[in-house]
Design a protein around this ligand. Structure first.
Ligand code: ZN
Length: 159
């Protein structure tokens, strides 16, 4: 079992898995954002696990770790990854921007009042902001759905 959280790269069609992994705090690149040579460099140098739906188009290269998912739904794909890499212990929900893949941090609620819908502002106490794209996050329904589906994962009580 590894000591540090695994890093990932996903193929284009697995964008929902990419989003789910980022919600859970995992450093995940989307293959379609990168040129082929760049993708290979990230996979090898950063020891990323390259997640694919099949290996048909791949000539496996030395040093690249691939993982093939068989499920359709992102939550089920996460369970496949959990079985292989024991991800739950590393989960850090709301630690990473879904768009930029960079860490996000807590933000004072009063400072974002005009940035989110009123209903959201009233309903939540914890908010997070990405320093890169300035996007605001809160633990909404998408997170709740994942918590229901993946009860054993490392959810902290106030999320
Ligand atoms: Zn961002």
């Amino acid at each position: 079992m590894s000591e540090t959280p695994p890093r990932f790269m996903v193929d284009r069609d697995l964008f929902q898995l990419c989003k789910a992994l980022r919600i859970l705090g995992f450093d995940t690149l989307n293959r379609s954002d990168l040129a082929p040579r760049e993708a290979m460099r990230h996979a090898v140098e950063e020891r990323r696990i390259w997640i694919k739906e099949d290996m048909e188009t791949v000539a496996p290269e030395y040093g690249v770790r691939y993982f093939v998912v068989h499920s359709i739904a992102a939550e089920d794909q996460l369970l496949e990854l959990e079985a292989q890499y024991h991800l739950a212990q590393f989960a850090a929900p709301f630690a990473r921007c879904l768009k930029c893949n960079v860490p996000i941090s807590d933000v004072d609620k009063s400072s974002i009042e005009n940035r989110v819908p009123e209903r959201v502002f009233r309903s939540f106490d914890k908010f997070y902001k990405c320093k890169s794209c300035d996007r605001i996050y809160w633990p909404g329904t998408h997170l709740q759905r994942m918590k229901d589906r993946l009860p054993a994962w490392n959810w902290t009580p106030d999320q």
